[in-house]
Write a protein that binds this ligand. Structure first.
Ligand SMILES: Nc1ncnc2c1ncn2[C@@H]1O[C@H](COP(=O)(O)OP(=O)(O)OP(=O)(O)O)[C@@H](O)[C@H]1O
Length: 759
């Protein structure tokens, strides 16, 4: 009987894949046809590009669904029987009946939520495990105990499939968890997209993976809105973004923008590095006020007055004229560059008044002799003077964010002298902390796009003129028959009757064929449909200001763990992060089960957390392996670390050596000598090398900060006494199977008691 069930599921999966192949062939054919020699006009090109975009997205989804496409089945008491998959596929019948339901559909929800206590109408729930296209195992759960039918695949342990997933060897890339999402995780994934949701949880509680499934869910449930406005996922560093980068494509979703906070100012690549102290200062909220003051400093008064040569006599731009003009410009409440025309207009008026007083003065003391037309004439001449323009530019310069910040950092003002000394710098590459300051500067300055707008308007008028020409030609080339008919009050309409030149021009405007995510990446002022921030506890107040500007509707999901804060500029508490932007209008949920770290290792990490005195609660491990972590005292740490790797490295899975920066070169040399690391091939495998570590290699060497958010089968920690307390907690919670420690100096508090086997 049991083989019979397997065979039937295999048959179903075969049918499903045959259908997937059909759909794939259809989409491929549609793309090939569209790319072939079809129409050449503008309209044909637009249609072709739209079609190629749509079909390519479908193809990506089909590719995603190929492996483990169908992973579950729900049999309801009312006779409904649905298979559940990574993506939804329909039959090729008239009704397009579903063959497999998308895991995000409402009907699929009992797969994640139903229990014996609340069966949600289910009779049984089946987990289907496959390798490639071959069904290898079934696990059935009976939710209606009155159901007498048994399939032979009933699970003794309801968590069997989950535990198998947690125990499997790591690959260096995060995997999706569609088959085993837990009920508390499901509620977070499907929470409505409006408003701000904070997901807090200790290490390994699934915050990251849940946030990614939430992105996939939101893109499904609010597809139209989010496809237009795009979803942004912010992660702490490029290594982490690469680690999580496969999850959404595996769920068929490709239109998401991934970025580190240092990548959020289009056109700037932040390759510079700040000292931790400088990054902390640059991240403070007070920097916004300091920059605002610095912008006001650029709005100067002349001392002494500027003397401007002019055809009708010298002009004196003194502090009174400039002060009135500055007052008017500041009163506009516009950003600096946009307020400049107010300043300029007032200065021109002031200087013209000077000329009027001088030229039109009545020698006998009567009223000014110049008429309104003369005054207008003089004002125009002043406004056209390049010397006057130069004087205005000196007092109220047009500034770019880059110019303003470079000037500010050369000689920082409006902050403490000691802080100023720590961030002072002239030249050099932008750093990630500078990016939020550049964004702030851009807000304060505003973009003076009047030139671009004038060019766009000229372009528009040119297109209308062209369209008018096209219309005139079509009108002129009407057939005689049409003309005759028109005379008889014809029903046949010409282009002239349907559309005027302006609308015709608009229709033929060059369409922007980039995806929303691509356009968002290039646009500093883009308002995202939803923003997900991972390791949110690490972001500075200035980065929060930037992110809030990108989310005017505050549709955001923040995930993080204050106990793992390692950046000195990190905000630490949610209240502190959010109060300036949201007061208390946000939701907070907690995840409390650690799916990654076995209980034996977590017990040790919990003691280190307690010793650090932060008052944080460690999560409970969902499993124990019976394998205890070990510690080895060694005089030669690098040699001991390399020997430990040789000993612990299994035939599959991934191993990380986590060593503080100062131990990096020696450990790296020992690992290279033992053949565990390539010497030259990948600079990213070296500590402090600045590259992105390749996590798919069997062995990787990381600094404590680089390990944040990642996981490995085995972790070897080198000299824990040299870790920051939170960094040590993070490193201890990275393994899924085995932890070893090599140390020379005394072990830090929490590691010095029981729970560590000596080696
Ligand atoms: N429901 C689940 N089914 C299978 N695996 C799960 C589930 N929930 C979490 N996991 C796994 O647990 C591990 C930890 O998840 P994740 O990295 O998202 O945790 P985290 O809370 O972000 O951790 P950290 O704060 O330490 O970075 C991952 O391998 C993830 O796939």
């Amino acid at each position: 009987m049991s083989n019979e069930e397997l065979r039937r599921e295999q048959e179903f999966v075969d049918v499903l894949h045959a259908r997937l192949e059909e759909l794939r062939a259809e989409a491929t054919a549609a793309v090939e046809k569209a790319l072939g020699p079809s129409g050449t006009g503008h309209q044909a090109r637009v249609e072709r590009e739209v079609l190629v975009g749509e079909q390519s997205a479908l193809l990506a989804a089909f590719d995603a669904g190929e492996h483990g496409l169908c992973f579950g089945r729900l049999v309801f008491r009312d006779g409904r029987d649905h298979h559940i998959g990574r993506i939804g596929i329909r039959r090729d019948d008239a009704e397009h009946t579903p063959l497999v339901l998308d895991w995000r559909a409402d009907v699929a929800r009992p797969f994640y939520l139903a229990t014996g206590h609340t069966p949600m109408g289910l009779r049984r729930r089946r987990h289907i495990t496959s390798e490639g296209l071959v069904v290898t195992a079934l696990h059935d759960e009976i939710l209606d105990l009155s159901d007498p039918l048994r399939t032979g695949h009933e699970s003794a342990d309801a968590d069997e499939v989950l535990l198998a997933a947690l125990d499997s060897a790591r690959t260096g890339r995060m995997h999706d968890i569609v088959q085993t999402i837990q009920a508390d995780q499901d509620r977070i994934i499907r929470a409505p997209h409006q408003g701000l949701l904070v997901v807090e949880g200790g290490p390994g509680t699934g915050k990251t993976v849940v946030a990614l499934h939430r992105a996939a869910y939101l893109l499904y449930a609010y597809r139209e809105h989010l496809a237009r406005r795009a979803v942004l996922v912010v992660g702490p560093n490029p290594t982490f973004l690469r680690y999580i980068g496969d999850v959404l494509p595996a769920l068929g979703e490709t239109g998401v923008l991934f970025a580190t906070p240092g990548e959020l100012f289009p056109g700037v690549t932040a390759t510079g590095v700040d000292t931790p102290a400088a990054a902390e200062i640059k991240g403070r909220a007070e920097m916004a006020d300091a920059l605002a003051e610095f912008v006001r400093d650029q709005q100067r008064l002349p001392d002494p007055a500027l003397v401007i040569a002019h055809d009708d006599g010298e002009l004196y731009l003194d502090a009174d004229i400039a002060s009135d003009a500055r007052h008017a410009a500041r009163g506009s409440l516009l950003p600096h560059n946009l307020a400049r025309p107010y300043f300029a207009a007032q200065v021109v008026d002031g200087l013209a008044a000077q000329l009027v007083d001088r030229i039109g003065a009545d020698p006998y003391g009567g009223p000014n002799l110049l008429g309104a037309a003369d005054v207008a004439q003089l004002t125009m001449a002043v406004a056209a003077s390049s010397e006057v323009h130069a004087a205005i530019a000196e007092l109220w310069p047009v500034l770019t964010p880059e110019e303003l910040l470079a000037d500010y950092l050369t000689d920082p003002v409006h902050i403490d002298d000691a802080d100023a000394a720590l961030i002072r710098r002239s030249g050099g590459a932008w750093t990630p902390a500078d990016v939020a300051l550049l964004d702030e500067a851009a807000e304060l300055l505003g973009v003076d796009d009047s030139a671009a707008r004038a060019a766009a308007e000229a372009d528009r008028l040119r297109r209308i003129a062209y369209a008018q020409g096209v219309l005139d030609m079509t009108y002129g080339s009407r057939t005689q028959e049409f003309e005759d008919r028109e005379d008889e009050d014809s029903e046949v309409l010409s282009a002239h009757d349907l559309v005027d030149a302006e609308r015709l021009a608009e229709r033929h405007e060059e369409a922007d064929h980039r995806t929303a995510a691509e356009r968002a990446a290039a646009d500093r002022t883009w308002a995202f449909g939803h923003i997900i921030v991972d390791e949110a506890q690490e972001l500075s107040a200035m980065v929060w200001r930037l992110l809030m500007r990108r989310s005017p509707t505050r549709s955001m999901t923040l995930v993080g763990d204050p106990a793992q804060t390692s950046e000195p500029g990190g905000c630490g508490s949610w209240e502190k992060i959010l109060a300036p932007h949201m007061e208390d209008r946000w939701e907070h949920v907690r995840l409390g089960v650690n799916y990654r770290t076995p209980a034996e290792i977590m017990a040790l990490a919990a003691r280190v957390l307690e010793a650090s005195g932060g008052g944080f609660e460690p999560p409970q491990s969902v499993r124990s392996t019976g394998v205890h972590p070990w510690a080895q005292h060694a005089g030669d740490l690098a040699k001991a670390a390399a020997e430990a790797v040789t000993r612990e490295l299994g035939p599959e899975g991934r191993l990380a050596v986590i060593a503080p920066r100062e131990h990096g070169p020696a450990v790296r040399a020992a690992l290279v000598a033992a053949g565990h690391l390539d010497d030259a091939a990948d600079p990213g495998t070296g500590v402090g090398a600045g590259g992105v570590p390749d996590l798919t290699r069997p062995v990787v060497l990381l600094e404590p900060r680089q390990a944040k958010g990642l996981e490995f089968d085995t972790v070897v920690i080198v000299e824990p006494a040299d870790f920051g307390p939170n960094d040590l907690y993070v490193a201890l919670t990275r393994p899924t199977q085995q932890l070893g420690i090599v140390y020379d100096r005394p072990l830090p508090a929490g590691l010095d008691g029981e729970g560590l086997a000596a080696r």
